[in-house]
Design a protein around this ligand. Structure first.
Ligand code: NAP
Length: 431
């Protein structure tokens, strides 16, 4: 048993919602175990919320709840602050005030870090305290600490993640039950996986914020949410899913951060993933992050990317780290974050799937193939299906520059023989 620090570490929590409430409960039920294993005794002494009248999912002693969040973060009776209110303001102001008052901060707020992370990291460094955020990217999955510590000496080349449980659930239902996007979304909403306004999830904004944080930590540079090119899943049809399955692929929404020729490219888009790829087996609302490094090769972190209790578990891990570091007078660092040289999406190389409705007459295939050839996009496989009005050509290309594929698509639109380009999807793992 480790000697326990004589004074408890007094924790102030901002927010008592889906994550805050189970965190407070975990601290209370595990306090003795944590003290004997790690030598720090945690005590939640103040909790700030918006409304004192609301019923809470956790019992709190009288006097702990307050609506004075600004007072909490500068209270000399608080040693460590946990920010679980979400959004940019007032979370940013409160986090800065806590850091400037010399208090370590733990946050699960991806929006905050993906937009104003650099300002917060600088404030934490200036005060010599921790700013920890394991829960912000992978919910309950350890992603940040492995990238920052275990892989600190690794040259990471690419990180590919399924980092949004809602969209993964929708795509899984479309794949396994053959339902439409609208039906799968409705089910996700009924089950509480999707918000009533699902925009942030289905349009890829949530995944883009997480991709920005992953890129910053993996490549040691400043990437913000606005640097990420993103496309959502609303355009995916059962036809795409069926073609993917027929050709040995699964459709997933991917967040990809990669370093190519000294530049960093970060993007979110749906893609076809080979059925044998480890990410293809990530089903339902589960998340996973697949890392490729020069020395380590390939590794994957998998688990619950959201949910109150799994996320609270990650916050608790950070809280213990911050308490132990504080006792030792040390703190973790993300290291120097340089300016990112961002790679334009035009330069990204990937294979593509294209599904075209075409006229059923001689010479069509040659005309279409000619457009691909003119733009240096080489065809890996082609299938012709249906007759008459139902005629369709399905192509998978070799890896090609995004700008060349877009030019091909523009020209195909102008080709008489092509009635409609019904879908275009990137394909990973086939380069
Ligand atoms: N839920 C997840 O699965 C998950 C997963 C990963 C990361 N996160 C992140 O964790 C954070 C918290 O998420 P959550 O799901 O727990 O949110 P939530 O359920 O909406 O809870 C937010 C809490 O913050 C309080 N609050 C909001 N504005 C406040 C203010 N100005 N001053 C004081 N308190 C304020 C609310 O008070 P009232 O209760 O009085 O309204 C509520 O207790 C977010 O950054 C989120 O992105 C969540």
């Amino acid at each position: 048993m480790l000697p326990v620090t004589p004074e408890p570490v007094r924790v102030g929590v901002l927010g008592c919602g889906n994550v805050g409430a189970p965190l407070i409960d975990l601290v209370r039920t595990r306090v003795d175990e944590i003290a004997s294993r790690l030598g720090v005794r945690l005590e939640v002494t103040r909790v700030a919320v918006r409304s004192l009248a609301k019923e809470r999912a956790v019992d709190l002693p009288a006097g702990v709840l307050t609506t004075d969040a600004a007072g909490l973060v500068t209270d000399p009776g608080i040693d460590v602050v946990v920010e679980l209110i979400g959004g940019i303001e007032p979370a940013r102001e409160l986090t800065l005030a806590a850091l400037r008052a010399g208090k370590p901060v733990i946050t699960g707020n991806k929006e905050l870090l993906a937009n104003v992370g650099a300002e917060l990291f600088a404030a934490a460094e200036a005060s010599g305290v921790d700013l920890l955020f394991e829960a912000a990217v992978g919910g309950g999955i350890p992603v940040i600490r492995p990238l920052r510590e275990s892989l600190a000496g690794e040259r990471i080349t690419r990180v590919t993640g399924i980092v949004n449980g809602t969209t993964n659930y929708i795509l899984t239902r479309m794949t396994e039950d053959g339902v439409s996007y609208g039906e799968a979304l409705g089910e996700a909403q009924r089950l509480g996986y999707a918000e009533r306004d699902p925009t942030a999830d289905v349009e890829g904004h949530d995944a883009a914020a997480k991709a920005a944080i992953i890129a910053s930590i993996a490549f040691g540079c400043r990437v913000v949410a606005g640097d990420v090119t993103n496309e959502g899943i609303a355009g995916i049809t059962p036809v795409d899913i069926a073609y993917a399955a027929k050709m040995g692929y699964v459709v997933k929404l991917l967040a990809i951060a990669e370093r190519v020729e000294g530049e960093v490219g970060v993007r979110v888009h749906p893609a076809m993933v080979p059925a044998a790829h480890p990410l293809a087996s990530v089903r339902d609302s589960f998340n996973a992050v697949f890392v490729e490094g020069e020395a380590v090769g390939e590794l994957m972190l998998y688990g619950r990317g959201a949910g109150g209790l799994p996320t609270a578990s990650a916050v608790l891990g950070d809280l213990i780290d911050a308490a132990v570091n504080r006792a030792k007078g040390s703190h973790a660092t993300v290291g120097a974050l340089g300016k990112a040289r961002l790679r334009s999406i035009d330069e990204v190389c990937s294979a593509h799937y294209l599904n075209l409705d075409v006229a059923d007459r001689p010479g069509v295939l040659a005309a279409v193939a000619g457009v691909f050839g003119r733009h240096d996009v080489s065809i890996r496989s082609m299938e012709q299906e249906g007759l008459g009005d139902e005629a369709r050509l399905v192509f998978i290309t070799h890896a090609a520059r995004e700008a060349d594929v877009q030019a091909t698509i523009r020209d195909l639109h102008h080709l008489d023989a092509v009635d409609r380009i019904t879908s275009v999807l990137r394909v990973i793992g086939t380069e």
